[in-house]
Design a protein around this ligand. Structure first.
Ligand code: GLY
Length: 361
């Protein structure tokens, strides 16, 4: 596990070494031998420092990894200061909070997901009910809400005052060719200043999300991804988070992975599934994330998605754990928010720097 930022040269070496090993011995078939007993471990996006701790505590207490993952992400889902997930999440372009979430269990190879779900604070818990309580995988919109109601989930307004003000500020400043006029004083509002300090004012639509992958003592795997999605998205837009294979994937024989960031980039390479496949063929979690991001770069072909050097403008971060409990994370772009959280049983959670492909100068 990296203690320091990893340079591009290190990455090329790591990836090349992994490829050479795989070429020499053939597919590593991670399930060929039973894994050694591992200390339960959870890896997540950097907003999951508290979530990974809860997930590990739950696994130590005997919960399956997928349940532990859902328990962990309940923290940011309920946190109004995390404007990328659950309650307090930033709304779509009409000011409505629509949430996406999915879970996957590597023990049973089952999954559940909800998309464009409104008024329910914990969409990951609804996704778990979809997995356990139906024969289906993905419920969307009103159908997902009715399902949540049937299971007794409380309905509430998820749009906090802070999120409403940030949305209105965006709406009034988005175009000079509509009827909405910017109010100059709004920029001084503490909630707008809070947002600009955290996310900047150049590109007002960053992405967030939490992914959490968990590995239990016997190498059992489970994962969860939950989000309010792209800030000010088109109503009904569904990102990568609830899509099995993109926003998350786990295979009980191999490992678990998921992503945060620009969802469309992740969907197009089936990112989480691709990470797991690289691990299946011998890559470390980190090298698997890097190799998948290199594929994203190769598949970013439209000019408006690329900078002057042909590199993706959007960032995507991937996180992974294998069934031996090794973890890794990588991003397309380096930056202060490119970290991942890890907790192992018996230790406090910590943030680590992601490996990365590019760094802005
Ligand atoms: N990765 C979150 C989203 O694009 O919605």
């Amino acid at each position: 596990m990296p203690e320091n930022p990893i340079t591009r040269r290190d990455l090329i070496t790591t990836t090349a070494r992994a490829a050479a090993v795989a070429a020499a011995v053939g597919p590593a078939l991670a399930h060929a031998a039973p894994p050694p007993l591992v200390r339960p471990v959870a890896v997540s996006s950097m907003n999951g420092l508290g979530a990974v701790k809860v997930a590990v505590e739950r696994m130590v207490a005997g919960a399956p990894p997928v349940d532990a993952a859902v328990a962990g992400v309940a923290l940011p889902e309920a946190d109004p200061d995390d404007v990328t997930v659950g309650y307090g999440g930033l709304p779509n372009e009409e000011g409505v909070v629509q949430l996406d979430a999915a879970v996957m269990d590597g023990v049973t190879m089952r999954a559940g997901a909800v998309a464009a779900l409104e008024r329910i604070k914990h969409p990951a818990q609804v996704a778990l009910e979809v997995m356990r309580g139906t024969d289906r995988i993905l419920l969307v919109g009103d159908g997902a809400l009715r399902f949540a109601r049937a299971h007794g989930f409380p309905e509430e307004n998820l749009l906090t005052e802070r999120a409403r003000k940030i949305w209105l500020f965006w709406k009034e400043n988005a175009s000079q060719n509509d009827d909405w006029l910017p109010e100059p004083k709004e920029i001084d509002d503490p909630d707008i200043q809070w947002f600009i300090k955290k996310y900047g004012d150049v590109y007002f639509r960053p992405t967030g999300t939490i992914h959490l992958s968990a590995c239990g003592e016997g190498g059992q795997l489970g994962c969860c991804t939950t989000t309010s999605g792209l800030f000010f998205k088109l109503p009904g837009r569904v990102g990568d988070s609830p899509l099995v294979g993109a926003g998350l994937y786990c295979d009980g024989d191999v490992g678990s992975a998921g992503g945060t960031g620009h969802g469309e980039s992740n969907i197009i390479v089936a990112g989480a599934h691709t990470v797991v496949e690289f691990m299946r063929h011998g890559s470390s979690p980190e090298a698997a994330c890097v190799a998948t991001l290199e594929r994203v770069v190769r598949n970013t072909k439209l000019d408006y998605l690329r900078d002057a050097k042909g590199r993706p403008k959007n960032n995507l971060l991937l996180y992974a754990v294998n069934r031996a409990g090794e973890v890794g994370g990588a991003a397309i772009w380096a930056g202060e928010r490119c970290k991942y959280a890890v907790c192992r049983a018996g230790s406090e959670p910590r943030l680590f720097d992601c490996a990365y492909l590019f760094k802005k100068t």
